[in-house]
Write a protein that binds this ligand. Sequence first.
Ligand code: DCC
Length: 172
Amino acid sequence: MTIREGQSIPPHQDNCFGCGPRNPAGLHLRMQRNGMGVVADLVLDERHEGAPGLAHGGVVAAALDDLFGGVLVVLGVPAVTANLSVDYRAPVRLGRTLTLSATCTRSAGRKLWMHGTVTDANAITTEATALFVRVGLEHFSSHADVAGPPFGDWIGQARTPSPDGSGASGVR
Ligand SMILES: CCCCCCCCCCCC(=O)SCCNC(=O)CCNC(=O)[C@H](O)C(C)(C)COP(=O)(O)OP(=O)(O)OC[C@H]1O[C@@H](n2cnc3c(N)ncnc32)[C@H](O)[C@@H]1OP(=O)(O)O
């Protein structure tokens, strides 16, 4: 699956908490390709509140984690989060149009390192880094039927990792 610059990233699956359009409790993230990364706008509301008037930190972390999952779609690499680290630099306010962006900064073997930010009016509120580890189809198919679209579409076309773990394009 080739996704061109500026084109929408399909949801990982329709019920994904981050980007699935069918999940009533989800964030309904809509990502676009930006270079070898992705961007998305997000408005959080009282459903996502932690401290009064402010977003719950776990929700912000989940949004960034899902954006990293969007980067995987751009790269065509099936992988999962092994480690996620979040720096909360400023409170995230509800009712604001936040800009989220994520990219893969490096890869080696099965490992991919991600970096992402949340900005509000061009000021960074949150910054995250993550380690993703490439997995095979069985990681997903042993828990659910993953053959159908959209998940099956893109995982079916994902590059099979070579023995040395290489295969992702556009990452160092
Ligand atoms: C279609 C696609 C859809 C993609 C998915 C689309 C949805 C995306 C949604 C957002 C993402 C998620 O929420 S994903 C869901 C949350 N994550 C998970 O459920 C993952 C659960 N964990 C696992 O399944 C496993 O621990 C794995 C796959 C991550 C790793 O297990 P493994 O395959 O046995 O590999 P293992 O040998 O342990 O590790 C491989 C290398 O990574 C390193 N490593 C492993 N874990 C860590 C760690 N926490 N911190 C540092 N380093 C680590 C190891 O040292 C090793 O380095 P070296 O010795 O080689 O140097």
